[in-house]
Design a protein around this ligand. Structure first.
Ligand SMILES: [Zn+2]
Length: 880
């Protein structure tokens, strides 16, 4: 165990910076054995700081300091001091120029923070605290400076030299070297700094903004990826237009650049004017990307672009405010995706992620508020809570204010805070000021961790025609927080009569012809609402469109769920009723006798979904998917994963056997001869078809096998090709699956993104992904420990998606994961800390599993020289 324990940093200890930097001049000399970084900063004392006599403190990490000079004179050794991760200059004037020269070794940087090399190119990742691995600097987001950056390198090896802003100068140097100088006129925090140097091909396009300015758009990729840029470029232009139309935000620099990098810890990074993307989140072609990848790429391109305003022009005061930029921007990209495709499907996908993974996080040892109060390592807080729950919080403000006032609020926010580093509270205040609404209690969403539970009961007074809903809310205790206050919850609902017609919602005896849908605002622990003039006992449709990130408890009968599945006018709740029914059926079979009956009405409900071609096929495609094992685990107390897996498999087998004819018909019906298109309808048909195929292969159907083999042979796109492969890999057709895997690999072995899919299809498969097979994948020539995507596609997919194989009674899966985390912790602690997360919730599982998960965590804790990243996660997971 490490001896010097990492410090905890607290929000309530925030102090304004003692010094500000107005301007930074950087010069990078890039070589094969390292890089020399010359930094010249215009520094002045912050008039708002109380620490008038404070020495100058700069952050640094893994740097070799070569020299320090102040106003042109080199400082003597006793004028400054390197204290661990700081450079302290003892006495400085009120205003001065500081020059620092450091030497770094990007070629040996395996953490992928700061400046590093990926596939021979230099690239950077500075958020959150990577800039301090490049040079000594006040590396905090509330220090915003204008950057000028000169990059020098060998011209043959690195013909492309990029940084933030606009290019202002370039030229030749001695020895075959050259340089380019970039200037970014917008003050920015260091985390938005970026540099790229490499041998890259350039794809060009332009965009004309709403005010008529022409922006140069550039994508830089390795030559082999030149044909995979068109979709992202188009998505970028759609995003730029959408942000002008919906938020009135115009792009500000003359050039916008995207670079694709293979080795990247995150999805993508919004560096000012120079977005850097994980290759898997930007490169796509019909032959190599699935529908899901296309949609993901469109969303991420939009997300990073939208950050130009929500994140870059207005940034975070400190890292506790991370959700200020992430929650708002995820909300914006979700709105954009809904506008580009099917809003209901997008909402279902977002709610599924939230309910499966964020609710789990909110109930686990790492639970934290959307605005955390403390952290040890900020990299551990790039979480679903900050991003997805943060977006839900913004969505609720949008629900409460409506389109028009929300837009007024966002306009005010951008106008008031342009060029500033601010807090989530500033965001909420702008919304309040623009709308006149009091969001005082609403702010608890930022402060209290945990998922609120909303418990609903009802009664009906036939004589008076009154239907009453009693609604109770509670927020569970989380680490360090108990006795929480009730939150402000927008709760959307409707009522349906026996014929499935909506009932007007009259909240008093006087009201008549009320709306058929209302958003109730829950603010107390307990509320009672009476609906008048209700002629018969209605069926409630609760939390429509998932109007708040809460768990709803109501004693639905299977009858009511079946009714809502076919009648609810709210598409989201129709889907949700089907999920609740399936969950109920599967849960009733966990640990049940082998001959226990499986609800016949579930089969009939699925039959009508498959048969009725008049239904919205995009919704049907979603409704056919059974709740995932991860979601079932999340809903269980003391989860017994193998038992849950068995119960779910039984339901799937029963459905597939009972509906075989319908599945064959659905498969054949949804097979189109048309060219590949990315419309919501075409995507829905491919999804339906591949679900039907998977179900047929699940019951080892011979006709299904023939379909799969033909589909693999004839597919003109990756969605169908991978759909067939996945169905085969998850089947009992052992020879065919091995052959399909071998052929697929042969065809795509030179494409890293497709190889990653090939890895994860196996690692996530209960059939093909048992531990010995996972260990064999780690020995595969295409596997690379230094590449985060490969690690995620094998180790991450196994522990996160292949639950029954991971949760083996002998604990072998846990031991395996602990070993891989220890191995990775030395080279890439950020990825190691994320990988360990399946073990952190050991208390959630049945004791025979939980005990062994805990033992695996202890094994990691006992490793020598544990990184701060992993240390924090393990410490919190093992705390009582
Ligand atoms: Zn973001």
């Amino acid at each position: 165990m490490r001896t010097n324990q990492p410090q905890t940093i607290y929000l309530n200890e925030y102090q304004v910076p003692a010094y500000l930097v107005d301007h930074v001049d950087l010069r990078f000399e890039l070589f094969e054995d390292g890089a020399r970084v010359h930094s010249t900063m215009a520094v002045r004392r912050n008039p708002e700081s109380a620490q008038a006599e404070a020495p100058l403190e700069l952050n640094g990490d893994s740097l070799k300091l070569e020299s320090v000079s102040l106003d042109g004179s080199q400082l003597a050794g006793d004028a400054y001091e390197e204290q661990g991760d700081k450079l302290v200059v003892h006495t400085v004037p009120a205003q001065f120029e500081l020059n620092v020269v450091t030497w770094i070794e990007p070629q040996n940087n395996t953490r992928l923070e700061g400046l590093y090399k990926s596939s021979g190119m230099f690239c950077t990742q500075c958020e959150a605290e990577g800039f301090r691995c490049i040079t000594y600097y006040p590396d905090r987001p509330d220090v915003m400076a204008v950057f000028r950056t000169r990059v020098e390198a060998d011209k043959a090896a690195y013909p492309i030299l990029l940084s933030n802003g606009n290019p202002i100068e370039q030229g030749e140097l001695e020895g075959g070297r050259h340089f380019v100088t970039w200037e970014d006129p917008f003050p920015k925090p260091a985390y938005l700094f970026a540099l790229v140097a490499g041998d890259l091909v350039e794809k060009k396009d332009t965009f004309t903004t709403c005010s008529g300015r022409t922006i140069d758009l550039r994508m830089y990729v390795e030559p082999r990826n030149a044909a995979k840029c068109d979709f992202a470029m188009d998505a970028l232009k759609r995003s730029m237009r959408w942000d002008e139309e919906v938020y009135g935000r115009e792009y500000d620099l003359d050039i916008f650049m995207i670079v694709a990098v293979d080795d990247f810890n995150m999805g993508a990074m919004e560096n000012k004017g120079l977005n850097i993307f994980n290759s898997s989140c930007v490169l796509a072609s019909q032959e190599t990307a699935t529908d899901a990848s296309f949609q993901r790429i469109e969303a991420i391109v939009a997300h990073e672009y939208f950050h130009n305003w929500s994140g870059n022009r207005v940034t975070c005061r400190d890292w506790f405010q991370l959700s200020l930029k992430e929650g708002f921007t995820v909300f914006r990209d979700a709105q954009f995706s809904a506008d580009m495709g099917s809003p209901t499907v997008k909402r279902i996908e977002d709610a599924t992620l939230l309910r499966t993974a964020q609710f789990a996080e909110d109930a686990g040892p790492m639970a934290h508020p959307v605005r955390p109060a403390s952290y040890m390592e900020i990299s551990n807080f790039y979480t679903l809570t900050i991003y997805e729950k943060g977006a839900e919080v913004v969505r609720m403000i949008h629900n409460l204010l409506g389109d028009e006032l929300f837009r007024k609020g966002s306009d005010l926010y951008f106008e008031r805070h342009d060029g500033q580093a601010v807090t989530t509270d500033d965001f909420v205040r702008a919304m309040e000021d623009a709308s006149g609404r009091d969001l005082g209690q609403f702010r608890l969403w930022y402060e209290q961790a945990g998922t609120p539970v909303v418990t609903v009961s009802d009664d009906y007074d036939e004589q008076r025609g009154i239907y009453r809903l009693n609604i109770r809310q509670s927020v569970p205790d989380t680490p360090g927080q108990s006795g929480k206050k009730p939150q402000h919850i927008p709760f959307s609902l409707g009522l349906l009569d026996k014929a499935g017609e909506p009932v007007p919602l009259n909240l008093s005896a006087e009201e008549q012809g009320g709306p058929v849908e209302r958003v109730l605002e829950l603010t107390e622990t307990e509320h009672s609402f009476e609906f008048h003039g209700v002629p018969e006992r209605p069926v409630p449709s609760l939390l429509r469109n998932f109007s708040a990130p809460v768990r709803v408890q109501y004693p639905w009968s299977r009858e009511q769920l079946l009714f809502l599945m076919s009648h609810d006018p709210d598409g989201f709740n129709r889907w949700d009723a089907g999920q609740r029914l399936a969950v109920d059926v599967i849960q009733s079979l966990v640990g049940a006798a082998d001959d226990a009956e499986i609800e016949p009405r579930l089969v009939e409900a699925y039959r009508s979904l498959l048969n009725d071609a008049s239904l919205d096929q995009a919704l049907v495609a979603k409704m056919l998917l059974l709740p995932s094992e991860a979601y079932l685990v999340e809903l269980a107390d003391q989860a017994d994963v193998p038992a849950i897996h068995e119960a779910r498999q039984r339901v799937l087998t029963h459905l597939a056997e009972s509906l075989r004819e319908e599945l064959v018909a659905c498969y054949q019906r949804s097979k189109t001869q048309a060219d590949y298109q990315l419309t919501p309808d075409a995507i829905a048909l491919r999804s339906l078809r591949n679900t039907a195929l998977a179900w047929l292969l699940h019951i080892k159907d011979a006709q299904g096998l023939a379909f799969a083999l033909e589909q693999s042979r004839a597919a003109d796109n990756m969605t169908d090709r991978l759909g067939a492969l996945r169905a085969l890999v998850n089947s009992d057709f052992v020879d065919e699956r091995e052959q399909a895997l071998a052929e697929f690999y042969d065809q795509f072995s030179d494409d890293p993104q497709v190889v990653e899919m090939w890895f994860s299809v196996q690692a996530a498969s209960h059939q093909a992904g048992q531990l010995p097979q996972i260990q064999a994948l780690l020995q595969h020539t295409a596997f690379d420990w230094k590449n985060p995507n490969k690690v995620r596609s094998v180790v991450g997919a196994f522990a996160g998606q292949n639950l029954a194989a991971f949760h083996k009674a002998d604990g072998s899966g846990y031991q395996f994961l602990a070993d891989q985390v220890c191995r990775l912790d030395d080279s890439n602690p950020q990825i190691a800390a994320r990988l360990i997360s399946p073990l952190t919730r050991w208390k959630k599982f049945a004791p025979q599993y939980g005990r062994q998960m805990k033992a695996a965590l202890e094994l990691v804790r006992n490793k020598n020289e544990l990184s701060r990243d992993v240390y924090e996660v393990v410490l919190k997971s093992l705390a009582d």
